[in-house]
Design a protein around this ligand. Structure first.
Ligand SMILES: [Zn+2]
Length: 443
């Protein structure tokens, strides 16, 4: 594995010499003599501001890419025959634009096909690629986001997939979404955890009559409570994965529900605030990603913003791919309390953990509306939701008291739809205050 990784890293450095930015860094040094640690840590905002300096193809113009991305009818179509392009939502800072070459697309497709766990291998005996499966992707279908670009591209490539693979917009009333899914009767549903929760709720209250046998989740943090609720509502397996716009298929889950990093194609370095490596097993304050598959827009020691730990112990499933645990986004702080009684910075991740683990409320949105006011909403309705909100309010108040934040007002609402980002993902914790606190990102 190490040899393979090194071989691909050398190829990436050789390709990166065509980028003005990396050509200055690498100079006349041999790619095979370069170490990953010799490369600088880079961030999305700076790279996007210097896009032409970053990419390896001098003919790639940001204006032309923006023009392409502004046309929804081109979702899943190649850009200049060979390339594929998608945008990130900007839910974690500045929106990014990511161009993929043909080899990278093949790598992502193959990883998806061979590394995703199959709960019932017998079903795949005569259909190893799962081409005959009725499958629905439920998500944001209105922009060039990585997931929908991949779905539409596969549909375009194969007449079989065009019939069996469906993309369904969840930006429609549940009754319409339910009718669309009932007409498809998918065997597999692929979606975000927060959408799977909504579907589970609709299923439990008999507003949705489908019997999927697998639910694939990705794109947001899936907690234990969420997995249990989704799996129970549909009596089926929930299979989680982890990916990013910067690398589509970073990790997929084994039968022990552990995420295995595709370390032959992607390098993740969990690091501290000073970008120094943290010991195995420890969660870093951010993670650096190196994408070994894509050579047109080099992703080398790129600050991904996710808090990740790499497990030092191999998984008992037998896979040699390292196990990672993903804790969500880092760095989101809410400044709570008032100047005169003392302010405290509180982590958005901690607040969502309190709500999820203590109150067992998995579908929620916490909005800071004033320095000492929080609004806790859930899309769920009924007595159970009211009880959960009360539990969550109590847990939050006691946690905040421990943090030195007193007199916080927390208003709760059941049956309140969450505000979603452009890509349809829910930001669990949001601040509407300009108190100098950074806007909260996905948690
Ligand atoms: Zn495993």
């Amino acid at each position: 594995m190490a040899r393979l990784q090194r071989h691909r890293l050398t190829a990436l450095f050789a390709a990166a010499r065509h980028s003005p930015l990396y050509s200055r860094i690498i100079g006349s040094r041999e790619p095979s003599s370069l170490r990953l640690e010799d490369m600088p840590v880079v961030g999305k905002a700076h790279l996007m501001d210097n896009f032409k300096d970053w990419v390896c193809d001098p003919s790639l113009e940001l204006a032309e890419l923006h023009q392409f991305l502004a046309q929804p009818d081109l979702i899943g179509q190649p850009f200049r025959d060979q390339l594929f392009v998608w945008e990130s939502s900007g839910s974690s800072g500045a929106p990014g634009i990511f161009v993929q070459d043909a080899a990278a697309m093949t790598t992502y497709d193959t990883l998806e096909a061979v590394r995703r766990r199959i709960p019932n291998p017998l079903l795949r005996l005569f259909d190893p690629w799962g081409l005959g499966e009725r499958m629905a992707f439920v998500g944001a279908t209105n922009g060039h986001f990585a997931s929908i670009v991949s779905v539409e591209r596969l549909r375009r490539l194969s007449p079989i997939l065009e019939r069996t693979l469906h993309s369904v917009s969840f930006l429609q009333p549940m009754s319409k979404l339910a009718a669309e899914l009932e007409a498809i009767q998918p065997r597999v549903i692929a979606t975000y955890p927060s959408v799977a929760i909504l579907l589970a709720e609709a299923r439990a209250s008999e507003k949705l009559d489908i019997k999927p046998q697998e639910i694939w989740t990705g794109g947001e943090t899936l907690t234990k409570a969420m997995r249990a609720m989704i799996s129970q509502a549909f009596s089926c397996e929930v299979i989680n994965s982890y990916g990013a716009s910067e690398f589509m298929s970073l990790a997929s889950e084994c039968r022990h529900q552990k995420l295995h990093l595709n370390s032959d194609w992607a390098i993740l370095e969990p690091v501290d605030d000073q970008h120094q490596p943290v010991p195995p097993g420890q969660v870093g304050s951010t993670t650096l990603l190196t994408n070994l598959a894509n050579h047109i827009q080099p992703i080398i020691r790129y600050d991904l913003g996710d808090c990740i730990a790499i497990d030092p112990v191999p998984c008992s499933c037998g896979s040699k791919l390292p196990v990672i645990s993903v804790q969500g986004r880092s760095g989101d702080l809410l400044r709570l309390g008032e100047m005169k009684s003392g302010e405290s910075n509180v982590s958005a991740l901690a607040l969502s953990t309190v709500i999820e683990s203590i109150a067992e409320l998995s579908d929620f949105q916490l909005i800071q509306t004033a320095p000492n006011e929080l609004e806790l909403n859930t899309e769920l309705d009924g007595e159970w939701a009211n009880d959960a909100l009360l539990r969550a309010r109590h847990a939050l108040q006691s946690y905040l008291k421990d943090q030195g934040v007193h007199h916080m007002q927390i208003c709760c609402h059941a049956g309140q739809p969450s505000t979603r980002g452009r890509n349809g993902k829910v930001k669990r914790v949001i601040t509407l205050c300009d108190g100098g606190a950074k806007p909260a990102r996905r948690s």
